[in-house]
Design a protein around this ligand. Structure first.
Ligand SMILES: [Cu+2]
Length: 269
């Protein structure tokens, strides 16, 4: 009974045990660091079990080797107590892991759990075989449908560093997966669905964005970059991009509008 009480207490305390596991600082996003913590706890549990079983195996081998030759090994079949123990302990460990990870999962998947106000900075549309990105004009919110003054890039997602931002992820054709390994962010892009994904970048840098879902012959080349810069540089870049796009529009037949039309066409499932 006391064992059961201990197991229940351990499971209930699981979400608050994060401080046990040091932040290694390898992930470049706050949620990434918590995801790393989940991997480390599993690594610790499996390491302890591995070392423990190897020590037990070594001990049994040693004990058998030093036995006098005339002593026979005892043979036994079935042990109810042992079977209960090696069923209940892994069960408790699995329950512990299941409850322990809930907090991190909720923080990543539910926007309500994300820290602070989150600005939707861009719409990212995955399509065979590139990432099309649409930003609202400086000072404007991201609208569900393309606007004439939106800014467009291909395979180049710019974000400000140090604050959580969200993107609206969609697919223009088949299933893709938005994967930024260094930020530990992975989310499938599904045709006909707009999925908000929030994340932050803790340090400025250029991070690889790849597709993690086999989506056709050109899947291998469906890579882009996430460029995390300071807030000032991000805003400056967006203002320059708007002017550049307007300039292009004067010289040719308004590519911004044609891209917007193209975007509207491709993003409608
Ligand atoms: Cu792909």
């Amino acid at each position: 009974m006391s064992w059961a009480a201990l197991a229940v207490a351990l499971c209930l305390a699981a979400p608050s045990l994060g401080w046990w596991f040091p932040d290694t600082g390898e992930a470049m996003s706050s949620i990434g660091r918590r995801i790393d913590g989940l991997f480390y706890i599993i690594l610790w549990i499996t390491s302890i079990v591995f070392v423990g079983t190897q020590i037990a195996l070594g001990y049994v081998l040693w004990k058998g080797a030093v036995k006098p030759a005339h002593e026979k090994a005892t043979y036994s079949h079935g042990n109810h107590t042992l079977e209960v123990i090696w069923t209940v302990i892994p069960g408790i460990v699995l329950l512990f892991i299941a409850i322990y990870q809930m907090d991190v999962w909720a923080a990543f998947r539910m926007r309500n759990y994300a820290p602070g106000e989150i600005e939707a900075i861009a719409e990212v549309t995955a399509r065979q075989f590139e990432w099309r990105i649409r930003y609202p004009a400086p000072g404007k919110p991201l609208m569900p449908m393309p606007q004439p003054d939106d800014v467009y890039t291909v395979n180049d997602l710019r974000i400000p560093v140090g604050r959580p931002v969200s993107i609206s992820l969609r697919s223009g054709d088949v299933q893709h997966s938005f994967f930024v390994p260094v930020l530990r962010i992975k989310q499938d892009a599904l045709p006909g669905t707009v999925i908000p994904v929030w994340f932050d970048a803790l340090q400025p840098g250029s991070y690889d964005l790849v597709c993690a879902e086999l989506c056709g012959w050109g899947h291998y080349k469906m890579k882009a970059r996430v460029l995390a810069t300071s807030e000032e540089l991000f805003q400056k870049w967006k203002q320059e991009a708007v002017l550049l796009q307007a300039d292009d529009g004067l010289q040719s037949a308004s590519p911004a509008e044609s891209t917007a039309a193209d975007q509207a066409q491709t993003s409608t499932p």
